[in-house]
Write a protein that binds this ligand. Structure first.
Ligand SMILES: Nc1nc2c(c(=O)[nH]1)N[C@H]1C(S)=C(S)[C@@H](COP(=O)(O)O)O[C@H]1N2
Ligand SMILES: [Mo]
Length: 362
């Protein structure tokens, strides 16, 4: 379910952006419509930002700039898909908000927003997908997230023997849990920023979890208030009792953006294009995308930049097209040599699978 974004002016809304005020190695400008008191408050918090700040290189040129209709390398925040159980976005005051790490831990931890911002922050390019995304569907997006390492925090909380689940809860009744063993060195984070700005309300302000490789429903709790170390035997995340799998690594998928479904294209050279992603094993990545036109041979597409092993890669292929009805199919192959499965599976219980195809006329 999606909800309308709420009035930004009531928020501690700031932009993290290049080129303006540099505070503690962190670049920061006040959002135009931000309430002055709120700006002051968050600015004070931002001053306490540590020097340890792992910034990613600036983004490479986006091939989508030259291929109209291809998904952009980074999904603009405004068009990033949104999935909520609740019909309205919670309004959270970051000055009274806190995050607790509780349950089967030796050291309970409570962090205020300021304390969270004072921890070492790092950037992560990661594609987030909803388990309800059907083959070729729109419920997937790529963003540059900013946050603190989740594994460090959990280590500080010191899980008790037997704890096997990290269950993250929010005030709206949502919860999502994943195996403690998923924190295997991958860049799981408590995110406070998205695409160069403070995390917007609809994507989880003040903080949410991002775990590379997992579908959102088992990992990406927005408006997070508590992280509970527990067992799968004792507790289940919101969607688990509703028929969805306990374990949910993202399946390898590829999507055709061009041509659009049911479209008509002129004869001559046409640029087929789309995106492919395979974040389920963060030590793997997309190695090859192939396109098949009208049951012809599989043709290797050109691949766009790889921001990280858990982001999507754009692909495109030029081909001469003649008048008539056509069908194009796409499939991806990972670096470890796994070929995307053609066997169709529905989104339930653990994600859609199969090759995307598009029928079109020239
Ligand atoms: N609090 C809360 N967090 C949530 C959800 C929710 O309903 N409530 N939906 C989850 C699901 S199913 C997905 S796919 C992602 C979507 O994140 P987005 O809305 O930022 O794209 O958020 C996850 N986090
Ligand atoms: Mo989802």
């Amino acid at each position: 379910m999606t909800a309308k974004p709420v009035d930004q002016s009531k928020r501690n809304f700031l932009k993290f952006a290049g080129g303006l005020t540099v505070i503690g190695g962190f670049l920061l400008i006040a959002g135009k419509s931000a309430h002055h008191g709120a700006v002051k408050q968050v600015t004070t918090a931002a001053r306490a930002l540590p020097k340890i700040f792992k910034r990613l290189p600036s983004l490479p040129p986006d091939p989508a700039a030259h291929i109209k209709g291809l998904s952009s390398l980074i999904t603009p925040t405004d068009s990033f898909f949104q999935i909520d159980n609740t019909s309205s976005v919670p309004v959270i005051d970051s000055s009274t908000w806190s995050l607790k790490i509780t349950g089967m831990v030796k050291n309970e931890i409570t962090l205020t927003y300021q304390q969270l911002l004072a921890r070492p922050l790092f950037e992560l390019d990661n594609t987030l997908s909803c388990v309800s995304n059907s083959v070729g569907g729109p419920l997937v997006g790529n963003a540059r997230w900013l946050g603190v390492r989740l594994d460090d925090l959990i280590r500080e909380a010191d899980p008790r023997t037997g704890a096997d689940q990290v269950l993250a809860l929010s005030g709206d009744g949502f919860s999502a849990g994943f195996p403690l063993s998923v924190l295997d060195g991958r860049d799981a984070m408590i995110a406070i920023g998205m695409n160069g700005a403070v995390l917007p309300p609809k994507h989880g302000f003040p903080a949410r979890i991002i775990v590379p490789g997992l579908y959102g429903y088992v990992s990406a709790t927005k408006w997070i208030t508590q992280i509970e170390l527990t067992t799968f035997a004792a507790k289940q995340g919101f969607w688990i009792s509703r028929g969805w799998s306990t374990l949910a690594p993202v399946k390898m998928e590829s999507r055709i953006d061009l041509p659009a479904v049911g479209s008509r294209i002129p004869p001559g050279k046409f640029t087929f294009a789309g995106v492919a992603w395979s974040p389920g094993d963060p030590t793997d990545g997309i190695a090859l995308v192939e396109v098949q036109i009208d049951n012809g041979p599989w043709l290797a597409a050109t691949l766009g930049p790889e921001l990280s092993s858990t982001t999507w890669r754009q692909w495109w292929l030029d081909h001469e097209m003649f008048a008539g009805s056509h069908v194009v199919v796409v499939r991806a192959t990972s670096l470890k040599g796994e070929v995307q499965s053609s066997v169709r599976q529905n989104v339930a219980p653990n994600g859609a699978q199969g090759w995307h195809s598009v029928s079109f006329r020239v």
